[in-house]
Design a binder for this molecule. Structure first.
Ligand code: SAM
Ligand code: SF4
Ligand code: F3S
Length: 478
């Protein structure tokens, strides 16, 4: 997907699609690179860091792999299917390399980290393999690969946050941008490969985050999405410089407040929240600032406390439901989305019914639904048998999808007649006579272009809807 639509985290629909890098070069470049990204928003944000590192080392981005001296593929390992997509894409790059033997092909990201040197053995065309914490070593590895030396750097770091690197915005709509606030994850959910591919959790210094957001706003951007695998555990302690100084601790709530104060015209979003960590402080900051969007992505993974325990999520169904109640108490109109996995090890029909009933209760605005895919090396792969047949995993998934669709249509219908402040992000996919944007709750809204341009905030009165989109007309006031 390379449209102007904001890329949603781990949207399954994106997994087979390429995010094609085309950065506007600031100066003439001696060489060219092409990059494709798969997986979550953090991977997409990383590709922008990679583009920046390459830019200062004489590489400019091109839109087509056929014209590049260097092809990079930034990969995802979250499910087997994500890895299969990358392997398939590599076979296409093989054809280009056959015609141009000097071409360098590099694999970046989570799959690089998981498979390490094995990648070079398995995929003969790959010249370099670089893990998520080793992008600063890319120029050196490319240099060596030009001399015929294949290279691997998959060292994970305890402190790398790329805080000093100004990302080059790839394929940007010039309105919305991702900003990484932390890296890694310490949670060890039993199904998940991320702690192994991204390493230990670490928070980026708040000053560099605020500076990046200020620079984006000065460049005309109107929305930032603060990114981390678990933003609620963002934690920064300023170094104590003298004996009588107190420690200054910045939490996620404090960080959001600093970003929100940049300007009321800069919208703030964030992802992902963890049910065990989200605090009232965060909810109260969302409520306090109009420019912090009323939208929370709160992955639940299962509606059964027994399965949640096996997943090592460290909360129960009841805990999750209480969090949802609390969100709706403090921010009554909050948009809420989730992730759910069907067919995790030992999941019974009763557990599955518990997932369906949790959906009934929560009535999510958006849901990312997956069937369980065993990942080598994870706690679940080591401890439990992947014992639910694929057909049952898929049937349960379909039941959740059907229920979610019923809910989403009904929730959207309730919005008809209301007026929302929409940030225009670009033309609608179907026609340049219409603009597309999102409201505070992250719902997509389409309206007639008239004299509006992307980057405008427009009050839209909703006239009709589908299960996924609201349509409306511009009005003067609410
Ligand atoms: N950090 C987020 C959290 O704690 O919920 C999730 C990040 S993960 C990149 C995105 C989603 O992929 C997860 O929420 C989960 O639903 C799904 N996922 C992760 N591992 C999976 C697996 N082995 N099989 C199926 N889905 C998986
Ligand atoms: Fe994976 Fe759990 Fe970390 Fe999310 S919180 S990235 S699901 S280990
Ligand atoms: Fe993201 Fe996939 Fe890695 S979801 S953190 S790119 S495994």
């Amino acid at each position: 997907m390379h449209s102007t639509v904001t890329l949603k985290e781990h949207d399954e629909s994106r997994q087979g699609e390429a995010f094609t890098a085309f950065a506007t070069s600031l100066q003439p470049h001696k060489k060219s690179f092409y990059i494709e990204s798969y997986g979550c928003a953090m991977n997409f944000a990383d590709s922008e860091v990679v583009a920046s590192i390459l830019n200062v080392n004489g590489f400019g981005a091109v839109k087509e792999p056929e014209f590049a001296d260097l092809i990079l593929i930034n990969t995802c390992s979250i499910r087997e299917k994500a890895e299969a997509t990358v392997r398939k894409r590599l076979t296409e790059f093989r054809k280009i390399k056959k015609q141009r033997p000097g071409l360098i092909v590099g694999v970046l990201g989570c799959m690089a980290e998981r498979l390490k040197g094995v990648f070079i053995e398995e995929e003969k065309l790959v010249d370099i393999v670089v893990g998520p914490d080793a992008y600063r070593s890319l120029p050196g590895l490319i240099e060596e690969a030009s001399g015929g030396q294949k290279g691997v750097n998959v060292l994970l770091s305890r402190d790398e946050t790329y805080a000093d690197i100004a990302p080059v915005r790839l394929n940007s709509n010039a309105v919305t941008a991702f900003v990484s606030i932390m890296r890694g994850c310490n949670n060890m959910c039993s199904f998940c490969v991320v702690p192994f591919t991204r390493g230990r959790e670490r928070s980026r210094p708040p000053a560099s985050i605020v500076a990046e957001c200020e620079a984006l706003f000065a460049d005309g951007f109107k929305e930032v999405t603060l990114l981390g695998q678990n933003v609620d555990s963002y934690h920064w302690m300023a170094p104590v410089l003298s004996g009588n100084q107190e420690n200054t601790i910045v939490t996620f709530a404090g960080l959001m407040e600093r970003v929100a104060q940049i300007s009321p015209l800069l919208r703030v979003r964030f992802s992902t929240s963890h049910p065990k960590d989200i605090t009232d402080d965060v909810l109260l900051i969302i409520k306090k600032y109009d420019n912090i969007c009323n939208y929370i992505h709160l992955p639940v993974q299962s509606g059964s406390s027994r399965v949640l325990q096996l997943m090592n999520r460290t909360y129960s169904r009841e805990w999750y439901l209480k969090k949802v109640d609390r969100i709706r108490e403090i921010i009554p109109d909050c948009g809420l989305s989730t992730d759910m996995i069907t067919g995790f090890c030992t999941e019974t029909e009763e557990d599955h019914q518990a997932s369906l009933s949790l959906f009934e209760y929560c009535k999510f605005d958006l849901a990312y639904l997956y069937y369980y895919s065993e990942r080598p090396g994870t706690l679940a792969a080591r401890r439990f048998e992947d014992d639910i047949p694929l057909a049952i995993k898929k049937r349960r998934l379909q039941e959740l999808v059907d229920l979610y669709r019923q809910h989403s249509l009904r929730t959207m219908q309730k919005e008809v007649g209301k007026t929302f402040r929409v940030l225009a992000e670009g033309f609608s996919k179907k026609s340049d006579d219409f603009l597309q944007g999102r409201n505070d709750q992250n719902k997509v809204v389409i309206f007639a272009k008239e004299n509006f341009v992307k980057g405008d905030y427009v009050n839209i009165k909703i006239t009709h809807c589908t299960a996924g989109t609201l349509f409306g007309d511009a009005v003067q006031t609410f």
